[in-house]
Design a protein around this ligand. Structure first.
Ligand code: T46
Length: 135
């Protein structure tokens, strides 16, 4: 994973002979206070999600099971990042367009959010995103 439009975060794997354990701590390995956690699962491989950007929200995303592809855009560049490793996350900044594609049947995508849910923070129009991103 070599991300340009997102910051990569590699978590320490605290595994032993009993299995693996990964810790995510707000303001330690996660660069903000975690205000909300949600996870996405059961998305069929032919289904795509996302298609928006956020005004103020920052998020850390990690496929804790299975895989999916994140299409990111910042108004100038585009990038596809495949999330495949439960010990590697990406930090998506504000004003980054995201689409999620090619979910594996078993994918569980964990999302740690810097803010509570607020529909007015979503930019769901690609045209509006392009205008804001080019300011
Ligand atoms: C994002 C990507 C990675 C809530 O009521 N509360 C919540 O915290 C969230 C995240 C969603 N919802 C409702 C809103 C919709 O009625 O759950 C429904 C599905 O959400 P949405 O269509 O926004 O799901 P995705 O997968 O397109 O996007 C989600 C996040 O919303 C978004 O912030 O960056 O995952």
């Amino acid at each position: 994973m070599m991300a340009r439009l997102a910051k990569e975060i590699k978590f320490q794997e605290l595994g032993d002979e009993r299995g693996h354990l990964v810790v995510m701590e707000g303001k330690v390995s996660i660069p903000f206070e975690i205000k909300r956690i949600y996870y996405i699962y059961g998305t069929q491989p032919e289904v795509s999600r996302g298609f928006h950007a956020h005004r103020n929200l920052k998020q850390v995303l990690v496929a804790i099971k299975g895989s999916c592809k994140m299409h990111l855009e910042n108004g100038k560049e585009k990038e596809v990042i495949e999330l495949t490793d439960p010990s590697k996350a990406i930090l998506i900044d504000t004003l980054t367009w995201r689409e999620m594609h090619d979910f594996s049947e078993d994918c569980v995508l964990l999302c740690l959010a810097s803010e509570h849910y607020d529909e007015s923070d979503y930019i769901r129009s690609y045209e509006e995103f392009s205008k804001l991103a080019s300011l």
